[in-house]
Design a protein around this ligand. Structure first.
Ligand SMILES: Nc1ncnc2c1ncn2[C@@H]1O[C@H](COP(=O)(O)OP(=O)(O)OP(=O)(O)O)[C@@H](O)[C@H]1O
Length: 353
């Protein structure tokens, strides 16, 4: 388990002290894939570098399996760091060394003999799908292949923890997917705890179990990905999520005044979110059957999955007798789904008359 308690990190800069982390506490369980998301400058890199003590926190403790790393001297830290692999956005490979030698590098440094090194490196290259590239140099590889070398090198010392510092930020979306899949496979196969820092919610959504949102050096929000995704509490979390979710009103209603009370020819617009089992429930069908004198239009619909949990979103518009529309709204709120009332809005074409 990784336990960060009340971490502070203040950098000394020519302009004066710069507090990059202000009282950050985080617990990451063994085998978890934990995402840390934040804007540029929020403190993500500083935080992840505090986990392996590449940055020493100004205050607070960093415990790994109960051992407080802030109490260790440099030689003790070197030993502990063997349990923590790290991969980087820019891969950090040795350009003059082959793929094989890059992966073997930490083992050579540790004084391990050639035969043992080859027994270790060959299966690792196979695991990352580079068994045919052992003799090539980094300049001959694609970005995704370079990151595969980085991953194999990070795994060479059998770490229990893998830290990923914007590991996919330099890659195209398709390559990102394949690297994330590799990281997930490694997490499952080797039961390695993975900490991923990113500024992309898609990365969090694709592979993380839990997420912490970091903002100006503090944890703004944290929890399971499904919970944070479906019930974001902070504006910044909303912003990250909205990049992925089309949250705009359908064009027929966009930029129209929204009324909290019924208006003539107004549609009651609602955002519905279905999570888990309820995503398969024909709630709209039941609504239409129950209130057959209202009109329900589905203006937007999307079905997705987060961590294998079905997750559906819909925007509907209801028109009809004011009381009946109100009753339908109340009925929907009693169902097993999240209902967000947008308000009463006229379609453009009706409003223009
Ligand atoms: N070595 C350093 N010396 C001085 N200030 C630093 C140092 N490293 C980071 N900072 C400052 O600390 C703050 C947090 O930086 P950090 O790199 O941790 O953020 P980040 O969220 O990883 O951002 P990015 O995504 O841009 O890398 C920033 O204001 C940054 O300028």
């Amino acid at each position: 388990m990784i336990k960060l308690s009340h971490i502070k990190k203040v950098y000394d800069t020519p302009a004066g002290p710069l507090p990059a982390l202000k009282d950050v506490s985080l617990t990451i369980a063994d085998g978890e894939i934990y995402g840390i998301i934040g804007l540029s400058g929020a403190g993500k890199s500083t935080l992840v570098r505090c986990i392996n003590m590449l940055e020493r926190p100004t205050a607070g403790t960093v415990e790994i399996d109960g051992q407080d790393l802030t109490k260790l001297d440099d030689s003790q830290l070197r030993k502990v760091r063997k349990n923590i692999g790290m991969i980087f956005q820019q891969f950090n490979l040795l350009s003059s060394a082959t793929v094989y030698d890059n992966v073997a590098f930490p083992l050579k440094l540790a004084g391990i003999d050639k035969k043992t090194i080859s027994q270790k490196v060959e299966p690792l290259l196979e695991m990352v799908g580079l068994e045919n590239k052992a003799g090539q140099y980094p300049s001959q590889l694609s970005g995704g292949q370079k990151q595969r070398v980085g991953i194999a090198r990070a795994l060479a010392s059998d770490p229990k923890i893998l830290l990923c510092d914007e590991a996919t930020s330099a890659l195209d979306p398709q390559t990102t997917q394949s690297i994330l899949k590799l990281i997930k496979d490694i997490n499952k196969k080797l039961n390695i705890t993975v900490v991923i820092i990113t500024h992309e919610m898609q990365v969090i959504k694709d592979i993380c179990d839990k997420v912490a949102v970091i903002d100006h050096g503090i944890i703004a929000e944290k929890g399971t990905v499904i919970k944070v995704f479906t019930e974001p509490q902070q504006e910044i979390t909303h912003d990250f999520i909205s990049v992925l979710l089309s949250d705009e009103l359908p064009s027929a209603f966009r930029n129209q005044p929204v009324s909290a009370v019924p208006i003539e020819d107004g549609h009651l617009l609602m955002r519905l979110t279905f999570i888990g089992e309820s995503a398969d429930e024909p709630v709209i069908m039941r609504l239409i059957k129950k209130y057959d004198d209202i009109d329900v239009s589905i203006l937007f619909g999307d079905l997705d999955q987060i961590q294998m949990v079905p997750y559906g979103r819909m925007i509907i518009g209801i028109t009809g007798d004011t009381d009946k529309v109100k009753m339908a709204e109340e009925w929907l709120k009693e169902q097993d789904l999240k209902v967000e009332v947008i308000g009463y809005v006229k379609r453009h074409d009706i409003a223009a008359r």
